[in-house]
Design a protein around this ligand. Structure first.
Ligand code: HEC
Ligand code: HEC
Ligand code: HEC
Ligand code: HEC
Length: 145
């Protein structure tokens, strides 16, 4: 065998040895158990505490607001879409305050004129003109606008 080929073979052998050592140390535990990913990742995600609660949990204590909302144009919007995550509040409402959205910018997130939004699905106003200077909630009840 010519010396060049021998050197090449040695180089390849070294390459594969280093490669497999790296694979051994760098691949995370549970990689490939059930597919080309870390199977433990599924368990880690499932173990996380849920942050959003179901809407019925809010209705339990705030039934009059829930009834009002279900009777109006905002019925399709979840309480937590506007008030933030509720998992702490539902257990200890006095010590875990919910957000109370304030200001015209908040409503503008959904109701500002936007060419990408179909007007027949969500009503839009020019927030720079529509009763400017006044809080939206001074005229529109956010729970039944
Ligand atoms: C479209 C957004 C939106 C949704 C959906 C919404 N809220 Fe509100 N909520 C507001 C805003 C804005 C205020 C503050 C009103 C103000 O400042 O006068 C508020 C105020 C409140 C308040 C405190 C003042 C009050 O009226 O007693 C409570 C409690 C409340 N919301 C509960 C709920 C519950 C429960 C739901 C679901 C059934 C809900 N909200 C759904 C926007 C929303
Ligand atoms: C166990 C009863 C209970 C449940 C369940 C509950 N709340 Fe409340 N909530 C209260 C009480 C009591 C207050 C008044 C707290 C205070 O004034 O200190 C309150 C106050 C609020 C306020 C006014 C801001 C604040 O935190 O004081 C908002 C907004 C609110 N709740 C929204 C919600 C939403 C949204 C849900 C569902 C994710 C929910 N609540 C579930 C009892 C409850
Ligand atoms: C998460 C998006 C969202 C937010 C935030 C929101 N809205 Fe709405 N709003 C809607 C949807 C969806 C409807 C139902 C479709 C429609 O009628 O435009 C609606 C309906 C309305 C309507 C009735 C329009 C009509 O004549 O049918 C008014 C008025 C309104 N919202 C005002 C407000 C005000 C004021 C705020 C702030 C307190 C607000 N909205 C925050 C999504 C939102
Ligand atoms: C001074 C009272 C007042 C204030 C403040 C006010 N509105 Fe209105 N809004 C009205 C009245 C009255 C109507 C119905 C007549 C009209 O379309 O102008 C209306 C209509 C709407 C509509 C339905 C438009 C349609 O095409 O049918 C939306 C959405 C709306 N307002 C959102 C808002 C938002 C968002 C704010 C804050 C940025 C706001 N409003 C502030 C009085 C008010």
């Amino acid at each position: 065998m010519p010396i060049q080929v021998k050197r090449l073979l040695i180089a390849f052998a070294l390459f594969f040895i280093v490669f497999f050592i790296l694979v051994y140390f760098l691949f995370p535990e549970s990689w490939g158990d059930i597919g080309p990913y870390r199977s433990l990742a599924l368990k880690e995600i499932a173990d996380k505490e849920p942050k959003y609660v179901d809407t019925e949990s809010c209705t339990m204590c705030h039934d009059s607001i829930a009834n009002l909302k279900n009777d109006g144009e905002h019925k399709s919007i979840n309480c937590q879409t506007c008030h933030g995550v509720g998992y702490k509040h539902v257990n200890e409402p006095e010590t875990n305050k919910m957000d109370i959205p304030k200001g015209r910018d908040f409503c503008a997130r959904c109701h500002a004129l936007n060419a990408a939004r179909p007007k027949n699905i969500i009503k839009q106003v020019d927030v720079n003109e529509h009763n400017k200077g006044e809080e939206c909630v001074s005229c529109h009840n956010p729970h039944k606008p």
